[in-house]
Design a protein around this ligand. Structure first.
Ligand code: ADP
Ligand code: AMP
Length: 211
């Protein structure tokens, strides 16, 4: 199963990816998580990406495509994967096409998660994250069992640097300008789901479609 999860920042891509990973035993490939790891490890890529991420801007297409090409060649991607937060521009989608042709693979579906901007601002202001795994919580909509702690490891949850309201607004503008056109681009592959519904409902709607 080779999937793209497409949708606005805060739409629930990471949340739903975790369910899909378990259901289909395939890895989640989140370019956001990969970049944050590079930032925290202060790699060359991380140093380049950080200023863009902190402003809510997109990181250079070429750097992202290089990172994805390397990742898709890993052994655990042979049976499929969930692309979360990639592609984000038409250029990235074209690059992905070329890459898939080269490795003789085909996408199965593009799941589009639809959520209105005001709900997204509310979601990102309450988002808490476990940096080691990328697991996400929400103070109101999906609270951890113990406040501020990851359910599995008990480690501390963090607030993402780019979840400040001002940065969130910029990310939404960029989403509408640069990423939303991909819904049309992938038209024949698209399954749309109402992402304003509760987490379990969104999960069931996606799984019902895929099974
Ligand atoms: P994305 O990966 O698309 O940026 P996340 O999965 O991190 O989005 O979700 C953003 C925030 O919204 C998180 O705090 C998450 O717990 C919460 N969330 C995700 N899906 C829903 C939903 N259907 N209803 C309410 N809150 C949600
Ligand atoms: P995310 O975790 O998907 O919300 O991504 C966080 C930030 O990482 C984004 O605001 C961008 O700065 C950067 N980023 C993640 N994925 C991409 C991508 N595919 N293309 C460009 N920038 C990205």
């Amino acid at each position: 199963m080779k999937l793209i999860l497409l949708g606005p920042p805060g739409g629930g891509k990471g949340t739903q990816s975790k369910f899909l990973m378990e259901e289909f035993s395939i890895p989640q490939i989140s370019t956001g998580d990969m970049l944050r790891k590079n930032v925290s490890e202060k790699t060359e890529l991380g140093l380049k990406a950080k200023e863009f991420m902190d402003q809510g801007e997109l990181v250079d297409d070429f750097l992202i495509l290089k990172m994805i090409e390397k990742r898709l060649n890993d052994n655990d991607c042979k049976n499929g994967y969930i692309l979360d937060g990639f592609p984000r521009t038409i250029k990235q989608a074209e690059g992905l096409n070329e890459l898939l042709n080269k490795i003789n693979q085909k996408l199965d579906h593009v799941i589009v998660i639809d959520v209105d901007d005001e709900s997204l601002v509310q979601r990102m202001s309450g988002r808490r994250m476990h940096p080691g795994s990328g697991r996400v919580y929400h103070v109101e909509f999906n609270p951890p069992k113990v406040e501020g702690k990851d359910n599995i490891t008990g480690e501390k949850l963090i607030i993402r640097e780019d979840d400040k309201e001002e940065t969130v607004r910029n990310r939404l503008v960029i989403y509408h300008e640069q990423t939303q056109p991909l819904v049309q681009y992938y038209n024949e592959y698209v399954f749309k789901v109402d992402g304003t519904k509760p987490i379990q409902t969104v999960k069931n709607n996606i799984l019902n479609f895929l099974k």
